[in-house]
Design a protein around this ligand. Sequence first.
Ligand code: NAD
Length: 433
Amino acid sequence: MNVAIVGTGYVGLVAACCLAKSGHLVFAVEKDLTKLEILKKGKVPFYEDGMDEILKETISNGNINFTSNLSLALQNSSIIFIAVGTPALSDGRADLLQVCTVAEEIIKNINKSITVVMKSTVPPGTGKIICDRFFNNSKYPIHYVSNPEFLREGKSVWDWYHPDRIVIGCDDESVAQKIADLYSDIDAPKEIMDVTSAEMVKYASNAFLATKISFINEISNLCELVGGNIDQVARAVGMDTRIGNQFLQSGLGYGGSCFPKDTKGLKYVSSSNGYQFNLLKAVIEVNYQQRTEAIRKLNRLLGDLWGKRITVLGLAFKPGTDDIREAPALEIIKYLADEGAIVRATDPMAMEKARPVLPLNTELFTDPYDALVGAEAVLLATEWPLFVNLDWATVKKQMNEPFVIIDGRNALNAHQLISLGYRYEGYGRSIRS
Ligand code: NAD
């Protein structure tokens, strides 16, 4: 099939390349001309494992075309995916401006009947609004489908081909089937439902995963008070197949482009519909507290932070990506800088993106060992294997007293670090040096 994908970010580019690899002819539309030039040269404008190979492959087999011209893509395609950003506004609402702009452009430029597939995450009820506002007034019939994306950054290509389910929201069964056929090479249940339910699946899934994280963080905080060890607790709790072992890692909490904005977005949808989603409010609040908890730990072990050298390992919101959106490290660094600490930071992939948004006096290092020279404390904010596997005996020789390590991801070997003489503190463990 001929498919247009509008937006070539983490989701749109994966969708474009994977559909092209599956044999569809793809027109990928990007309005950011710098990004477009990079893509046309066969390069990926962000870091994502496996993307380079798949992009090169699809360019060389001629199945993918990059353009800034939506009209051209529309002329050549019968299915249009919208995969643009839906960031959070300051009140938590999803900002639908990018989505609405594309919808408006579509009705201005079409010259035949098409199917529009919403890949962007939009709040439940948005499909109806978009159709009433734009598509129902089109000269040519437009079928609307909600097809939310569940991929994880860092594993997105794998996730595209191995989803737990493909959700298709459409009120017309034959159109839903056409979209299901697009994924015929992917062995996953195709769940067909109405548009609003499909939109809700995406929000409910992210809210539930965020709830798991905040829940285990609450248990973790309680473990610190009563003397338990969250690693052992979470492991055994996760062995219960009704619960499952994923998203039970205590620490700094969730960040990224999805969980923070989608939890806030769902909370907004709830309150604007007169419903108080109290559980979700608590999930968001607990997640925020986990970041301040890192500062509290540093304060307890270092005293006043003024003039203290603190190295933050990791800027990306998780390993395997250069995405810094809502990364806990950024907020913590700003706070530390405001308190007068001398902050150094390093990340194997995210430094370029982080540099413009960090306080100007943050010192950035390519080599983590350099970043740690003279530091009195280190905060592990992103558990890149590079950081977890540092030679901590060598690091200690370069650091200054009191050799504090705050393990914001409970990823380091606590016993080994304590035996090396570090003042180690993770989350939810009774082990303290
Ligand atoms: P992104 O910001 O990385 O990419 C969006 C792209 O769309 C940008 O390159 C932007 O320049 C482009 N764009 C915006 N308006 C355009 C227009 N009018 N014409 C052409 N291009 C345009 O966003 P993302 O992370 O890929 O997320 C896209 C959507 O998918 C969001 O709604 C997000 O919530 C959802 N989602 C993201 C993830 C993820 O892990 N990143 C996972 C699932 C769902």
